[in-house]
Design a protein around this ligand. Structure first.
Ligand SMILES: [Zn+2]
Length: 359
């Protein structure tokens, strides 16, 4: 079958026929791939910038792809819920099978580090015409969102991060007098697909959202911020006019982007680190440490998502489809066939929010 493969630790990618003999075993399902999304992780692997990528055991190459959406073609014996024709999204990380978190489906908090991730490390991904997977790692998707369901995976990671925030902030009363969050302010640093999803989810909770970047908005970003009633802020023009932040989410990975904002953090606020980069350096001084201590400021890093977060992401997409369907459709800015995947995997298309491959 046709697949997009990389040789881990060598730059480049190839669209080619791979010979995979996958049988639909007990509790397993054959899924026809419909769409796969492309993100910075895929481009990092193709550009040989991610040290942790590795092929599946017994393979020298890795089939790329972790953001997928497909349709069930065949169900194996013992499959409980899924039927032929159902739409599904696969979970990316598969647990180590040893640590307690992995044993109870919280593989996003694996303690041994011996997990595998489809299309990233130790497991072939979904950029291929079809794949066999265990039913327990597939999340059913309503037909109503089949045009946007490829966004489930990136959104699942955002849902997990905000779940962590809400969990940590239970250390006090954080909601407003009316029980909602309309009195709270959020800065979201970075305005790509992840920044857009953080903004949309925080708006859904009621937060006043400020979408921050070091430049003026693109037409697509202008549209998104207006549509969700968030304020786009070009930080090079100053942030003095902004109210204090109850939460700062960094999706950029650049400390030079979020550390200078930290003096704007409110008492009992929280900083979420989500973006990853290399190289950028910023010094933190003792005055900032004192400020954080004296104000109970929490810092949390967040990565990956478990099946529950995928299910929640599907629920959010279904709910948002009615109110923000136009916006979610517009987030998919580029669609190419697998034959042309090279152009979106080696370079970021101009004005991109999310690029996808249609299988
Ligand atoms: Zn584990």
């Amino acid at each position: 079958m046709k697949a997009i493969v990389v040789k881990p630790h060598q730059p480049g990618m190839e669209v080619k026929d791979v010979n995979i003999e996958e049988k639909v075993g007990k509790g397993q399902v054959l899924v026809k791939t419909l769409y796969t999304g492309v993100c910075g992780t895929d481009r990092g692997i193709v550009g040989n910038k991610l040290s942790f990528t590795r092929p599946q055991e017994g393979w020298s190459e890795l089939i790329l792809g972790h953001e997928a959406f497909g349709q069930v073609e065949e169900v194996g014996e013992g499959v409980k819920e899924l039927r032929k024709g159902d739409y599904v999204v696969p979970v990316v990380r598969r647990g180590c099978g040893v640590c307690l978190n992995c044993k109870i489906g919280k593989q996003d908090f694996c303690e041994t580090g011996n997990f595998v991730e489809a299309g990233i490390r130790g497991k072939n991904g979904f950029m291929r015409e079809e794949f066999v997977d265990d039913e327990i790692y597939l999340v059913k998707v309503p037909e109503a969102i089949k045009d946007i369901a490829v966004l489930t995976e990136p959104l699942s990671n955002v849902v997990k991060a905000i779940e962590e925030v809400m969990h940590i902030q239970q250390r006090m009363v954080w909601n407003c007098e009316d029980g909602a969050y309309d009195c709270r302010n959020a800065y979201v640093v970075g305005t790509g697909p992840i920044g857009t999803f953080f903004s949309l989810l925080l708006r859904t909770y009621g937060f006043n959202v400020y979408m921050l970047n070091r430049r003026d908005p693109s037409p697509a970003e202008e549209y998104v911020s207006t549509r969700i009633e968030a304020e786009f802020v070009n930080t090079t023009k100053g942030v003095d006019h902004l109210p204090k932040a109850d939460i700062i989410v960094d999706t950029s990975g650049f400390p030079s982007a979020f550390v200078p904002l930290m003096h704007k953090m409110n008492k009992n606020s929280i900083l979420v680190l989500f973006g990853t980069q290399t190289g950028d350096k910023v010094q933190i001084d003792a005055d900032l440490v004192t400020f954080m201590v004296e104000n109970n400021i929490a810092v949390v890093g967040s990565v990956n998502a478990n099946k529950w977060h995928f299910k929640s992401a599907v629920n959010y997409l279904t709910m948002w489809k009615e109110k923000y369907g136009d916006l979610l459709n517009r987030m998919i800015t580029t669609v190419v066939p697998p034959e042309n995947a090279k152009e979106i995997l080696e370079n970021k298309p101009k004005g991109e929010i999310k690029s996808v491959i249609k299988w």
